[in-house]
Design a protein around this ligand. Structure first.
Ligand code: F6R
Length: 255
């Protein structure tokens, strides 16, 4: 794992955007997109580079990580609508190249298989942007998810439903979702996880320095050959090897 320690959310966004930009400059790319608060500064910076520095997404195919079951794509709280509002509608990524699992599919199991196969058919994900839940989930792979799992239907953990309750009228938070699996995420050529804030600090520590364990699904990134973890000071605050990460970062930045 490569750990990048940043001073602010803006710097986290800039470092993640650098990685995305470097890949886009090489030609057509497949991106995996997380929704939520964590990647907001990354998307803001990518939008700025699109507007001010002509960074183009016209050759990008994008797959979202997950979607609530039961919500049609055009529902205000669907992840399809959210990623459009927060990122895709502000850049030149053609809408037909934005792919999300269909949360309102009649047969969710078949839809999950179809989505996983579509990622493979697109040549796999070049850069998967990830956030981490306070319980260590990535995508909606809740604790005890199989480390080899593929895109599938999952039950949301109570903690995740509580975290997301603010977006729904009382009692209407979905209980099921479709999510790329941990095996699917592991197949991405590069994984870029961004984490901000103190409430992620324990999960970040478990992911980076804890045992490989389905109890902390994000720890599967320990098996990834090209995982980059970009942290603000609060999210990094529980790490025990900070001096080592700082030194490695200094040397890496000189390469
Ligand atoms: C969202 C997703 C989740 C979030 C995680 C953190 O597509 O896959 O894993 O990244 O729940 O959410 P935020 O960033 O809102 O704290």
């Amino acid at each position: 794992m490569q750990i990048i320690l940043c001073d602010s959310a803006e710097q986290v966004g800039a470092r993640a955007a650098d990685l995305v930009e470097a890949r886009l400059r090489q030609g057509p790319a497949v991106l995996g997109l997380a929704t939520g608060g964590s990647p907001a500064s990354t998307y803001e910076e990518l939008i700025r580079r699109h507007r001010e520095e002509s960074l183009s997404f016209s050759q990008v195919t994008a797959f979202t990580l997950d979607e609530y079951a039961g919500l049609p794509a055009n529902h205000e709280q669907s992840y399809h609508s959210t990623i459009r509002r927060e990122f895709v509608d502000h850049v030149d990524l053609p809408l037909e190249q934005l792919l999300t699992p269909r949360g309102d599919a009649a047969d969710l199991v078949t839809e999950a298989d179809r989505y996983d196969a579509a990622i493979v058919a697109a040549g796999g994900i070049d850069i998967q942007i990830l956030g981490i839940g306070a319980n260590g989930h990535i995508g909606f792979n809740e604790p005890t998810s199989s480390l080899a799992s593929r895109t599938r239907v999952k039950t949301l953990a109570g903690a995740t439903r509580a975290d997301n309750a603010r977006f729904f009228p009382e009692g209407e938070v979905p209980r099921l979702c479709l999510t790329q699996g941990l095996g699917t995420i592991r197949d991405a050529k590069r994984a870029v996880l961004v984490a901000l804030g103190e409430n992620k600090a324990n999960a970040v520590r478990a992911m980076v320095e804890g045992p490989l364990s389905a109890h902390c699904p994000a720890s599967v990134l320990q098996l990834h050959q090209h995982a980059v973890i970009i942290l603000d000071p609060a999210a990094a605050s529980q790490l025990s090897l900070l001096d080592y990460y700082r030194e490695a970062q200094e040397l890496n930045d000189q390469l």
